[in-house]
Design a protein around this ligand. Sequence first.
Ligand SMILES: *[C@@H]1O[C@H](CO)[C@@H](O)[C@H](O)[C@H]1NC(C)=O
Ligand SMILES: *[C@@H]1O[C@H](CO)[C@@H](O)[C@H](O)[C@H]1NC(C)=O
Length: 458
Amino acid sequence: MAKITKRGRTVITCIVLLYVVLSFRLNSWKVHSGFYKGFKTLLPTTSDVKNVNFKQFQAENLREASVTSLRSQLALQFPYDTSEPIPKRVWQTWKYPLDSPKMKAEFRMLAGRWKDAVGEAPLYEYALISDDHMMPLLRNLYGAVPQVIQAFESLPLPILKADFFRYLILYARGGIYSDIDTYPLKPLDSWPSISSIGDSKIDSAIQYKGLRSVSESTVRELGFVAGIEADPDRVDWNEWYARRIQFCQWTIKSKPGHPLLRELIINITATTLASTNVKSSIEAPEFIIDEDHRSDYLINCRDKRRFDDDFPADQKKTSKNVDGTDTMNWTGPGIFSDAVFEYLNNLIQTNLDISIINNNMKASHESGTQKFYRKITEGLESSATFVKEFFTLIEEPVVVDDVMILPITSFSPGVNNMNAKSDDDEMAFVKHQFTGSWKGKEPKKKKPPVNKQPPVGK
Ligand SMILES: *[C@@H]1O[C@H](CO)[C@@H](O)[C@H](O)[C@H]1NC(C)=O
Ligand SMILES: *[C@@H]1O[C@H](CO)[C@@H](O)[C@H](O)[C@H]1NC(C)=O
């Protein structure tokens, strides 16, 4: 009797498992096959989002539409589950796998430090994705969003692909991404969390739109963490850097499906497909763009160039005509920084319950952020906008909803510049060796003269 029951249980377990596996497969098959039933993919522009609330956006029913937007496809494929913690994974990428004889000894040693950090932290996983494995992995993850794969394949330089890959892997799987020329300075579990900001968090919640300060219940667990790369508080800042506040993308931590990454991926996919000649290895629906904002899609058309009649803005991008500032604005820290600001501004412009915590603005604080108090509060109160100074000279993490911005010291300690502190500072978490300059991606990084900060900018 007991035997049969046991067998019966096994059979039932097997059936349940089979059902789970099959229904999962069938579901993803439904999504996949839906794409080829004659509908088109709209590539929305992220610069015109009047009616989109990034935080609350819900995917439309793809199977009933003749045109579905890339935003819906991405949101459906990688839903954002705010209740889950950030996955304990570390991702790195390089041309070769770790055990390849071609792997530089220095990089193998640095990657070893990440592996050690992962080994010491319970339940962490580590993966280094070599160039050979990138495409199979992306086809697997983004098979139901084929325009993303098309865009990835169309990027004309490895550096552009390396940039795009980090956003794609974090959006699909989450965790920490860090460049091969970095190493961790502290245990991975000791990176700041909401609770580590301390009890003072509620009195430092900032008002916007005339709202009273935010209640504790609206303070969420972290979903996305970035650090400051450049914060040149000087009038001539643009001689040195692409953005007044530049966020670094050599180390990023995120939950899968985070809407900030979704918007960045939409932007890069849309500009890439419109600015290159698509050669795709996979079947995909036809894509269309928003013709009213045509120039927003052309990577050649950023800023001043779009008003320059002589500039060949419609010229397709190839490996021959991409320059350093293109890289910045297309996939690199420039567009990454723009995406962060646009996401945060969208949050406070379209929601009434976003918590904003910036302890650096307290009068008692020694940091320099305080001197911009008026400008910051005016920006928030009059137009619900974060001015760049909101992040200037911060020494403690800043939190907006579930996004945390770490001070420059966190991922750039010891650079002797822009108030970065030393490697052993309590806020220092990752060291960047800058040996990846082979990438040729740092056009303006001459680095301002050390410790010669001129009078404060306007
Ligand atoms: C991409 O983002 C940049 C920076 O915000 C913006 O200028 C551009 O219009 C956007 N393009 C698209 C297609 O979303
Ligand atoms: C890159 O973007 C910035 C900010 O929009 C702009 O000032 C700069 O001219 C752009 N560079 C190119 C080459 O388009």
